[in-house]
Design a protein around this ligand. Structure first.
Ligand code: HEM
Length: 180
């Protein structure tokens, strides 16, 4: 197997680690935001919206990179159930990276709130103003963020299992190192 077929392409690796930091920060910013009643709430929400839109844009770029550059195959001796779990969790992560920011944006549109990126740039509304829809989307945003956090924990556990126990090159393929 060539070096390139055992590793993710550079763009996929950069996007993976950059988005891991952004998404993890975002989950904590989100929870900190709803838990604070001081002026910190407004400060956190000013970070939350543009960072969420950046995650949405990067998720689209990442999907394109993934379709153009298929990932290295999983080890042939990996049990079928573990392969299925890996594929299912990857699809779920992509779906959540796209759905959560879109739902956040739709939620604010439904509530009639402007989605501002900085002081001047206002994004268009993507959902008609509707109080009932706002409540449903707000719950969906919070529950899907919780699901994202749980999926992230499972993903981290699997990465450590591959890197420390199986030592099968799966973790190295995302670190950009040759498997030892
Ligand atoms: C991957 C992207 C995102 C993640 C992981 C995320 C995560 C979260 C989390 C964990 C919460 C707290 C939920 C709760 O406990 O009630 C939250 C709240 C919220 N998010 Fe997001 N979010 C994302 C993107 C966005 C985007 C793009 C927008 C809007 C453009 C947005 C707007 C909001 C608003 C308005 C709240 C509620 C704030 C409040 O009630 O004070 N989010 N988000």
């Amino acid at each position: 197997m060539t070096r390139s077929s055992t590793q993710f392409v550079l763009a996929a690796r950069v996007l993976h680690w950059l988005m891991a930091i952004m998404i993890l920060s975002m989950l904590f910013i989100g929870v900190g935001m709803v838990a604070s009643v001081s002026e910190r709430h407004a400060w956190l929400i000013r970070i939350h919206k543009p960072l969420g839109i950046a995650i949405l844009l990067l998720a689209v770029v990442r999907l394109i990179v993934r379709l153009r550059h298929p990932p290295p195959p999983l080890p042939a001796d990996l049990p079928r159930l573990q392969k299925l779990a890996a594929y299912a969790s990857h699809y779920l992560l992509y779906a959540l990276m796209l759905a959560i920011p879109l739902i956040g944006w739709a939620m604010l549109s439904a509530g009639g709130y402007p989605v501002m990126l900085g002081d001047t740039w206002r994004l268009p509304s993507i959902f008609p103003a509707n109080a009932a829809a706002f409540a449903i989307l707000r719950h969906a945003h919070a529950w899907l963020a919780m699901l994202l956090f749980l999926t992230f924990l499972a993903h981290l556990g699997a990465a450590l299992y591959h890197g420390l126990i199986r030592r099968d090159g799966v973790l190295s393929s995302m670190l950009g190192r040759r498997p030892r």
